[in-house]
Design a protein around this ligand. Structure first.
Ligand code: S3P
Length: 170
């Protein structure tokens, strides 16, 4: 069995919600890389984007991913754009089982509609999500497994991942 479980996926696919529950079921630690970035920078993600820019955010994201992945027995929720960097993808794959939480564009829009904390989704939400999902449509294909989260409840997503990991000893 690999050392960590890494959840990847577009914004709003439930990485943090699923990750927290899964970590409880496994008795592993839950780590959210966005939260770690905020702690390190002592700023919220929107503040980092507006004060330091996206490139700076991406640099810190890579440092945090390297740091987190050197530990074991963690369920790691990653930021939706972290997979765009090859170094991040390699690091995730070599230190964990990578699981892509997938959802359709309209479902994502429904889920993120009421949330205001994502700098990349400011402006016309529908347009932004369609545009970004189109750009990133192959970005998550490197994952070891993909789970469709469109119609299933968090509980059964957690169970599916748990069975996958335990049964396949991945
Ligand atoms: C981003 C996703 C966010 C956060 C940042 C950038 C992205 O995380 O890292 O706003 O580029 O997709 P979530 O996927 O947890 O919303």
């Amino acid at each position: 069995m690999k050392k960590n479980i890494v959840l990847v996926g577009f914004m709003g696919t439930g990485k943090s919600t699923v990750g927290k529950q899964l970590s409880l079921k496994l008795g592993w630690e839950f780590v959210d890389t966005d939260q770690m970035i905020e702690q390190r920078e002592k700023m919220s993600i929107p503040e980092i984007f507006s004060k330091k820019g996206e490139n700076y955010f991406r640099e810190v994201e890579t440092i945090i991913i390297q740091k987190v992945m050197s530990n074991e027995k963690q369920v790691v929720a990653t930021g939706g754009g972290s997979v765009l960097n090859l170094q991040n993808r390699s690091c995730m794959l070599s230190h964990g089982t990578v699981i892509h939480l997938d959802a359709e564009v309209e479902e994502i829009i429904k889920r993120v509609k009421s949330e205001k904390h994502r700098p990349l989704l400011q402006g016309n939400l529908k347009e932004r999500v369609y545009e970004m999902m189109e750009k990133r449509k192959y970005a998550y294909e490197f994952a070891d497994f993909v789970i469709d989260t469109n119609v299933i409840e968090v509980d059964s997503i957690v169970k599916q991942i748990y069975n996958l990991i335990i049964l396949h000893k991945k």
